[in-house]
Design a protein around this ligand. Structure first.
Ligand code: CAA
Length: 277
């Protein structure tokens, strides 16, 4: 569906060319018109993620061409992602990226900086100007689950297995996943899922609001394609304004939300009709 791509200056319109080494980042990135696709591409290691993966995600977000309206995050092979590369738990770590034991020895400021950089790779997927879709098959564990949670929508295959494994490994989920999880499923269910590190399969995922849609494994690409067609059928600026409204709704009072609706609509009306006599 796409041209091989790359980061460019945000705000530019030239094709981008993702020059980073997929062997290092575990990612492919392609842009086809208004659609960008990020593919986790280490299927032989179940798309395990490293700091290089998260830094590359952040750079993709920094340099996303303005024309992109939909970002698809998908995984090659049987699993969406088995989470963080387990070599991080070994003394040797991931070559060139350290290990958890070296991370544990970082000062507070250096740790904070490293984590913020990793989280940046996830946060941009919530931007109002885009809709992000996680296409999830097989396992989505730990960082894989959190990457799916970073997206606006999750379309999943019927073999999906979400698991927030971090507490079982002595860690907390720290890649931006806790807030969307609570917002999607509620506090009690989020506690249940995280503190038991149990697996959530497709039926439950749909029932509790983790997944918008469950489809057969071989129908996943088609379902994502159809969703994209629907998303691209609306006006770009109205879609961004509406997403801003929806994202802010929970933290505003009804009165504040009504005012925000008015402000966005005034802007829309000006944009659409101010040049008419
Ligand atoms: N890191 C590195 N390699 C991994 C991996 C991971 N997270 N998960 C799987 N692999 C590798 C396996 O070692 C194996 O490699 P080899 O062929 O070289 O032996 C290959 O991928 C295939 O793995 P399996 O044979 O186990 O594949 P499977 O389909 O039978 O099982 C699985 C898939 C259930 C995901 C299983 O591999 C598994 O449980 N993986 C570990 C999951 C995990 O604990 N992840 C950490 C989550 S916590 C987190 O992410 C923390 C954080 O952000 C801070």
């Amino acid at each position: 569906m796409a041209e091989a791509k790359a980061p460019q200056q945000r705000g530019g319109n030239a094709d981008n060319v993702f020059t980073e080494d997929p062997a290092e980042t575990g990612l492919r990135f392609e842009v086809d018109g208004e659609i960008a696709t990020i593919t986790l591409d280490r299927p032989d290691k179940r798309n395990a993620q490293t700091f290089a993966t998260w830094s590359a995600l952040a750079r993709i977000g920094d340099d996303l061409p303005d024309r992109v309206r939909v970002v698809v995050v998908r995984g090659e092979g049987p699993s969406f992602s088995a989470g963080i590369d387990l070599r991080m738990f070994t003394p040797e770590g991931v070559p060139g990226q350290g290990s958890f034991s070296s991370t544990a020895r970082l000062g507070a400021a250096a740790f904070e900086q490293r984590l913020r950089q990793a989280q940046r790779g996830f946060l941009w997927l919530r931007r109002p100007e885009i809709v992000s879709i996680a296409a999830v098959q097989g396992h989505a564990i730990g960082a894989g689950f959190q990457l799916a949670l970073a997206c606006d929508l999750r379309i999943v295959a019927d073999d999906v297995k979400f698991c927030m494994k971090e507490p079982a490994l002595g860690l907390v989920p720290d890649l931006t996943g806790t807030k969307p999880l609570v917002e999607l499923v509620g506090l009690a269910k989020a506690i249940d899922i995280c503190l038991t590190a149990r697996t959530v399969e497709a039926d439950e995922a749909q029932r509790i609001g983790l997944a918008e849609q469950v489809v057969a494994r071989d129908g996943l690409d088609r379902a994502v394609h159809d969703k994209i067609a629907g998303l691209l059928s609306t006006n770009r600026d109205a879609a961004a304004a509406t997403k801003r409204l929806l994202q802010g709704a929970r933290s505003r009072t009804l009165e504040e939300q009504c005012a925000a609706e008015g402000a966005e609509q005034a802007e829309r009306l000006r944009a659409l009709f101010s040049s008419q006599p």
